[in-house]
Every structure is written in structure tokens, then in C-alpha cells.
Design a protein around this ligand. Structure first.
Ligand code: THU
Length: 160
């Protein structure tokens, strides 16, 4: 007989008046750096900021290329830099914001599949969850407690 495996994923929706100081700071850094993204092809500007366990914050943005697949997302840009330079410092939270070029309001964004898999990698490496904070168009943060909320049935173990 066939069985069904089910998994529930959930995000917490946090209105602006409930953001912590840390959440507001991370979203603000993501908003700031998205303005410097190189996105002449999609015209979709994305910024990501990463909080480390020592309190340091780094940020990155999407860098597109005329050869489209060469482009890199904001999340992978910041994770590559930070995890390369501070390989032993645990990442706690990543915040993401986006905007369409020429618009003033923010666009709803969640990490693409490749970025989800990369966040998953550092959860495995450090044995801890990484919070993902995503800004939507209504000034709310959608908070995922860890990558499992965005990547159920994720690939995280080569032995099974
Ligand atoms: N992009 C990101 O940087 N992060 C995401 O989470 C979603 C997509 C970028 C890739 C590409 O440069 C542009 O947004 C449009 O897909």
C-alpha cells in the first residue's frame, strides 16, 4: 500500500509596528544595497543582508550578466563573500528586499531555489537554523524560522 508523507511549512507575517530593532535594521540594509544592484536585464533589484553571531552585518545585491546564467542573486552574493571570509562565524539571519527599477514601492520577494539550497548548506555546516526575513509589498516581514519552511523535503543528507 502507498503511503503519503506530508510536511507543513509556515511563515510568520510581521507588521511593521511589530518589527524588532534588529529586523528593522536588517531590512533597512537590504533596501539600501538593492539600489546598487546590477540588474539591467530583469530590472528587478534585490538586496540581502546577513547578520552573523558576532553582530556584524554584511550585505549584497544581484549582479546580472549579458550572458544571463552568469548572473548571481543577492543572497548567494552575500553568502559567498561572508562564508568565504568568515568560515567559522555562524550566520543567524538573512533579510531580503526587492524593488522594480523606477518604482518606489517594494516588491514581494522570496529566495529562488538555488539560494534556498545555499542557505540550507550553511544550516548543515553550522548545525543551526538561519532565519529568513522577506519583505513584501505591504511593509510586512514574512519570517521563515529556517530553510525547512521554504524547502520542505530538502536535500541535506548524502546518506539517505
Ligand atoms: N533575484 C535575487 O537576487 N534574489 C532572489 O531571491 C530572487 C531573484 C534576482 C535574480 C535576477 O537578477 C533578478 O532577481 C530577476 O530574477
Amino acid at each position: 500500500m502507498n503511503r503519503k508523507l506530508e510536511m507543513t511549512a509556515s511563515l510568520e507575517v510581521i507588521p511593521k509596528n511589530n518589527w524588532t530593532v534588529e529586523e528593522a535594521m536588517l531590512i533597512s540594509k537590504a533596501k539600501e544595497i538593492l539600489e546598487m544592484a546590477h540588474a539591467p536585464y530583469s530590472k528587478f533589484l534585490v538586496g540581502a543582508s546577513l547578520l552573523l553571531e558576532n553582530g556584524e552585518v554584511f550585505s549584497g545585491n544581484n549582479q546580472e550578466n549579458v550572458s544571463f546564467p552568469v548572473g548571481v542573486c543577492a543572497e548567494r552574493a552575500v553568502l559567498s563573500y561572508v562564508m568565504g571570509n568568515f568560515p567559522n562565524t555562524r550566520p543567524l539571519k538573512i533579510a531580503i528586499a526587492a524593488k522594480r527599477m523606477g518604482e518606489t514601492s517594494y516588491a514581494y520577494v522570496t529566495p529562488c531555489g538555488m539560494c534556498r539550497q545555499m542557505i540550507n548548506e550553511y544550516e548543515i555546516k553550522f548545525g543551526c537554523t538561519i532565519e529568513i526575513l522577506m519583505l513584501n509589498g505591504q511593509d510586512e516581514i514574512l519570517k521563515a524560522a529556517g530553510i525547512e519552511q521554504l524547502l520542505p523535503f530538502r536535500f541535506h543528507n548524502l546518506n539517505c
